[in-house]
Design a binder for this molecule. Structure first.
Ligand code: SF4
Length: 347
């Protein structure tokens, strides 16, 4: 009897990858999961911080999927290598700064390297023809296959029946008849299959699996590149774009104003690297400064912060400004009236 075949399934944490892995497991294949951490993942990060999202489950959905399936999950940090995908996507961006096609090619290529290094036979993804406008179209699925170099070792169990047979099917490692023919944007077939398997409470990401599909997030990322004069980022940059209200009054500095208690606590962790304001005379949000404040900027920045404090209707608000490694500076300012805060400053 031939040895059991081994597949690695790309696990994003959403329903499709959960189902794709399960369909293949049902055919007696040994499946392990792989999850790539890019830094842009939605993955419960803001839910864990914001009070208003307190009721939402704080979990890593990829780990949850692995637990549901009873499989091993490999979480692979690709933050540095992934930069080139975000900064220079050969196939361009989607509706926002999401380079979905390049991203899929990159992840499948990484998975191919992984199966070669770990003695696995093929790769499984939860892609469905027509499900997403950029990376999951009839004409782009073959691009993922050819440009990732995976050749015909990529099995898409949810739509395999309407694609040419792959090697796992031709060699009989899996039965093609037991695979699926899902297509289009409707999620109903997936939901019906989930119900058949008894999966409940799965994640339903709107629009995509990462923040790059989010319009507001993409505006903030584009602003960061433009005002730093360089298209680059580090992990802290992209994590901070997920938190707080971002206000850019001048090209050389931006304020990140906590919107609530949870965000204030989160931003507190950045005080050693970033200058920041605390409101002393009233209740108020912690605010970080990204960039450098000149002499002329300090008062303007303080007045904006005061505007978001509980002293917004007072004549004067006292604040403390602290730069890393320096003594705090106290200042008293009049909160900036709303009509003096142009909409284009708010990112
Ligand atoms: S939504 Fe994000 S993680 Fe998903 S394919 Fe697009 S760029 Fe990649």
């Amino acid at each position: 009897m031939s040895a059991k075949k081994k597949a690695v399934a790309l696990i994003s944490g959403g329903l499709d990858s959960l189902l794709a892995a399960r369909v293949v497991m049902d055919q007696g294949v040994h499946v392990e999961g792989i999850n790539f951490f890019t830094g842009f993942c939605v993955e419960g990060h803001t839910h864990a911080i914001r009070k208003k999202d307190r009721e939402k489950p704080k979990r890593n959905n990829a780990l949850w999927v692995a637990e549901q399936l009873g499989i091993k999950l490999h979480i692979v940090d690709i933050i540095d290598e992934y930069k080139d995908v975000v900064l220079n996507p050969k196939h361009g961006y989607g509706a926002n700064l999401n380079p979905c096609l390049d991203c899929k090619i990159f992840m499948v290529r990484k998975a191919r390297e992984w199966i070669e290094a770990n003695g696995f036979d093929f790769i499984v993804t939860g892609e469905v023809i027509g499900q997403r406008p950029m990376s999951q179209r009839k004409d782009t699925l073959p691009v993922v296959q050819s440009e990732s170099g995976v050749d015909d070792l990529l099995l898409r169990p949810l739509c395999a029946k309407i694609l040419p047979p792959t090697r796992p099917e031709r060699e009989g490692w899996v039965r093609r008849e037991a695979l699926h023919d899902f297509s289009g944007r409707s999620r109903k077939p997936q939901m019906a299959l989930a119900a058949r398997y008894g999966f409940e409470d799965y994640a339903q990401p709107a629009g995509g699996c990462c923040f790059l599909t989010n319009e507001q997030y993409s505006v903030k990322l584009a602003d960061l590149w433009q005002n730093r004069g360089v298209r680059d980022y580090d992990l802290d940059d992209i994590l901070l774009l997920k938190v707080g209200r971002h206000i850019r009054p001048r090209p050389h500095f931006k304020l990140i104003v906590a919107r609530e208690e949870g965000e204030s606590r989160y931003l507190q962790g950045y005080r050693r690297e970033y200058p920041g304001f605390d409101v002393v005379s009233h209740g108020g949000p912690l605010t970080l400064v990204d960039g450098t404040l000149g002499e002329d900027d300090l008062e303007l920045a303080a007045r904006i912060v005061a505007r978001y404090s509980q002293g917004r209707d007072s004549d004067a608000v006292e604040l403390e400004f602290t730069e890393p490694g320096r003594d705090p500076q106290r200042l008293v300012v009049a909160p900036l009236p709303p009509h003096e805060l142009p909409g284009e400053w708010l990112l």
